[in-house]
Design a protein around this ligand. Structure first.
Ligand SMILES: Cc1ncc(C[n+]2csc(CCOP(=O)(O)OP(=O)(O)O)c2C)c(N)n1
Ligand SMILES: CC(=O)[C@@H](O)[C@H](O)COP(=O)(O)O
Ligand SMILES: [Mg+2]
Length: 588
C-alpha cells in the first residue's frame, strides 16, 4: 500500500518530503511501475533503473521551470507518474491514453518530445542558449542520456557544440552498460575502464570542456542529492556519470535485461513473463529475415549483416550467433550503418543492412548520397514498416514508401508473406545490381510452413492473385492479406480482382496496362502515407495512360497517427476491413 506516492500529484508535493522518506518513495514508485506495466505492457527495465535518479532530479531541481529532457524517453515512466500522470498511468501506450514517451502536448513537464534516441543534448543546449539570450541565467537545463544513446553521432554533435559554450547544461550519463541489447563499441569499452579505474589519464568529457563528476552509484539517493545540489551551483557545461542497473528491483528483469527491456505481460510477484499459449502460428517477419539471412550467408560468403543497435528486434542476432565475423551491431548509428554498408558494397561484399523503417529516416542523405547515387548493391531490410502499434507516432514506419520512391536507382519491394520475403532476399543477393529496400511490418506473417526452397522473383513483376471483372484491388505488402478475407465475405466475389504489386518501384506497367483495360474501378491499399506512396504512383501512371475509370486510394492521411493496437489504428486510419467494405457497398 503506497503511502508517500499516494500523496504526490506534482513535484511540489515530492519536495515536501523529508530526505529520509525518499527511499520509501523509491520503493513505492518501483512497485507502482511494476504493477501497471505487468498488465498494460511497455518499457520496463529502463524506467526501473532510473527510479532514484528521477526522484532526485525532481527533488533538487525546480521542475517544470528548470528544463529536464529524457533521451529516447522510454525510461520516463517514473517522471510521468511524479508529474501529474499517476492516476492515468494505466492508460500508458493505449489508444487515447498517455504516450509511452515524453510529449510536449501531454504535459508542461515534458519539455521535449522524444522516442528516437540521442536528441537530448542538442535540444537541451537549444533551450539553454535561448535562456541566455533572454537574459535568464538562473534556469537549469538537464538532459538524461543512456550509455548506448550517447554513443550516437547526433549526441556527439551536441557535445561538440556544448563544450565551446558557457551554457548552463547538466548532462546526466545514465550508464547501465546496455541499450536494448548489450552496448557496443570503443566508447562502451572506455566507460567500462572508467568504472574499473583503468581508463587512461585524461577524461574524455573533461577533454571536451565539461565539468565531469563520477562515476557514482545512481541508486544511492543521498549521494545523488548531494551531487545534484553541488552541480546546481556550478555554471557552464557539466556531466554527471551515474552507474545504474537496468531492471533494478525486479530480479528477473535484472537477470535478463534484454528480454525485460519491454517484456510484455508478466507476473508482478515473480517477474515471470506470461507467454501466449498458442498452437502453431506463423512466424514473425523479423525471424523469417533473421533465419533466412543465416541460410543465405552460409551459402554466399560475400554476405554481411548490419544492424544499428537492434540485434534482437531485427533478429540479426541469429547471424551474430552463427557467423559473428560477418554480422555487425554498430550501436545506435543509423547513418554510419548505411555508409558502412556502402563502403562494403564497393569492395564486392553484399550487405544486408537491417534498419527499422522509422530509424532509417535518420540516414536519408546516406541512402541517397552514399548508396543510391553510386548505385551500390546494398540490400536494405526495413522492419517495423507501417503502423507499429503502441510506440505511436515516433515509431510508425509510414513515411518510407514516399521517401524511398523518389530516389533514383532504388528498387522497392514489399512482401505479402514470409515466402515472398525469403525469395526476394534470395533474389537480391544473387541478381540485383544497385540498391533495394525490402519493407515489412512488425509482427507475424501468414504462413506456418514458411521454410520453402528458394525461388527467384522477377524484378518489377507483380502477381495476379485473382481475376475479376469490375473492381481491381492493387495491394502492396502484408496488408494485402486483408483482401483474401474480404473477397470471401462479399456477395459477388467474381467482380473483384486482386493484384499483389510486390514492387513499388519499378512499377509493373505491363500488368497495370492490363488492369486499366479490364476494370472500371481500381482500389489501392497500402499501410503508408497517402502522399507519395502506392496510390500516388498508380494515379500518376493512370493519368499518363488516360485511364477513364475511378481510382480509390486507401492509405494513411496526412497526419501523425497516435498509439493503439495495429488493428485499432488501421480502423482509425480508414485502411481496415470496415472502411474498405463500406466503400465497396457504395460502388456495387
Ligand atoms: C535513432 C534510434 N535508433 C534506435 C532506437 C531504438 N532504441 C530504443 S531504446 C534503445 C537503447 C537505448 O539504450 P540507452 O541509451 O543505453 O538507454 P537504456 O535503455 O539503457 O536506459 C534503442 C536502441 C531509437 N529509439 N532511436
Ligand atoms: C524505445 C524504442 O525505441 C524501442 O524499444 C522500441 O519500442 C522497440 O520496438 P519493438 O518492440 O517493435 O522492437
Ligand atoms: Mg543503457
Amino acid at each position: 500500500m503506497s503511502t508517500f506516492l499516494n500523496n504526490i500529484q506534482t513535484p511540489d508535493d515530492l519536495r515536501q518530503l523529508k530526505v529520509k522518506e525518499l527511499s520509501i518513495l523509491a520503493q513505492e514508485l518501483r512497485e507502482f511501475i511494476i504493477d501497471i506495466v505487468s498488465t498494460k505492457e511497455g518499457h520496463l527495465g529502463a524506467s526501473l533503473g532510473v527510479v532514484e535518479l528521477t526522484i532526485a532530479l525532481h527533488y533538487v531541481f525546480d521542475t517544470p521551470k528548470d528544463k529536464l529532457i529524457w533521451d529516447v524517453g522510454h525510461q520516463a515512466y517514473g517522471h510521468k507518474i511524479l508529474t501529474e500522470r499517476k492516476d492515468i498511468f494505466e492508460t500508458n501506450r493505449q489508444l487515447n491514453g498517455i504516450s509511452g514517451f515524453p510529449k510536449r502536448s501531454e504535459s508542461k513537464y515534458d519539455n521535449f518530445g522524444t522516442g528516437h534516441s540521442s536528441t537530448s543534448i542538442s535540444a537541451i543546449l537549444g533551450m539553454a542558449i535561448a535562456s541566455q539570450l533572454k537574459g535568464d541565467f538562473k534556469r537549469q537545463h538537464i538532459a538524461v542520456i543512456g550509455d548506448a544513446s550517447i554513443a550516437s553521432g547526433m549526441a556527439f554533435e551536441g557535445l561538440n557544440h556544448l563544450g565551446v559554450t558557457k551554457a548552463n547544461v547538466l548532462i546526466i550519463l545514465n550508464d547501465n552498460a546496455i541499450g536494448i541489447d548489450p552496448s557496443v563499441g570503443a566508447l562502451k569499452n572506455y566507460l567500462t575502464n572508467v568504472k574499473k579505474g583503468t581508463a587512461k589519464d585524461e577524461n574524455i568529457f573533461e577533454c571536451l570542456n565539461m565539468n565531469y563528476t563520477g562515476p557514482i552509484d545512481g541508486h544511492d539517493l543521498d549521494l545523488l542529492l548531494t551531487e545534484l545540489e553541488r552541480l546546481k551551483t556550478i555554471e557552464g557545461p557539466k556531466l554527471l556519470h551515474v552507474i545504474t542497473t537496468k531492471g533494478k528491483g525486479l530480479q528477473k528483469a535484472e537477470e535478463n535485461q534484454v528480454a525485460y527491456h519491454a517484456p510484455g505481460k508478466f507476473n508482478k510477484e515473480t517477474g515471470e513473463r506470461i507467454k501466449r499459449v498458442s498452437k502453431a502460428e506463423p512466424p514473425k517477419y523479423q525471424d523469417v529475415f533473421g533465419h533466412t539471412l543465416v541460410e543465405l550467408a552460409q551459402q554466399n560468403q560475400k554476405i554481411v549483416g548490419i544492424t544499428p543497435a537492434m540485434p534482437t528486434g531485427s533478429s540479426l542476432k541469429y547471424m551474430m550467433e552463427e557467423i559473428p565475423e560477418r554480422a555487425f551491431d554498430v550501436g545506435i548509428a543509423e547513418q554510419h550503418a548505411v555508409t558502412l554498408a556502402a563502403g562494403m558494397a564497393t569492395q564486392g561484399l553484399t550487405p544486408f543492412c537491417n534498419i527499422y523503417s522509422t530509424f532509417l529516416q535518420r540516414a536519408y542523405d546516406q541512402l541517397i548520397h552514399d548508396v543510391a547515387l553510386q548505385n551500390l548493391s546494398v540490400i536494405f531490410c526495413l522492419d517495423r514498416a507501417g503502423l507499429v502499434g503502441q510506440d505511436g507516432p515516433t515509431h510508425h514506419g509510414v513515411f518510407d514508401l514516399a521517401y524511398l520512391r523518389c530516389i533514383p536507382n532504388l528498387t522497392i519491394f514489399s512482401p505479402m508473406n514470409e515466402i515472398e520475403l525469403r525469395n526476394i532476399m534470395y533474389t537480391a543477393q544473387q541478381d540485383l545490381k544497385g540498391p533495394i529496400a525490402i519493407r515489412y511490418p512488425r509482427g507475424r506473417g501468414v504462413t506456418i510452413d514458411w521454410r520453402t526452397p528458394f525461388s527467384k522473383i522477377e524484378i518489377g513483376k507483380s502477381v495476379e492473385l485473382k481475376k475479376g471483372n469490375k473492381i481491381a484491388f492493387l495491394t502492396l505488402g502484408h496488408i494485402g492479406n486483408l483482401i483474401f478475407q474480404l473477397i470471401s465475405e462479399v456477395d459477388t466475389p467474381e467482380s473483384i480482382g486482386h493484384y499483389d504489386m510486390r514492387f513499388l518501384k519499378p512499377l509493373d506497367n505491363q500488368i497495370l496496362d492490363k488492369v486499366f483495360t479490364q476494370y472500371e474501378h481500381i482500389i489501392t491499399l497500402e499501410d503508408g502515407c497517402e502522399i507519395g506512396g502506392l496510390g500516388s504512383s498508380i494515379i500518376e501512371y493512370a493519368n499518363k495512360m488516360e485511364f477513364a475509370g475511378t481510382i480509390k486510394v486507401f492509405a494513411i492521411k496526412d497526419a501523425f497517427i497516435e498509439q493503439g493496437t495495429i488493428e485499432e489504428l488501421h480502423n482509425i486510419c480508414g485502411i481496415g476491413m470496415k472502411s474498405i467494405k463500406k466503400y465497396l457497398e457504395d460502388i456495387f
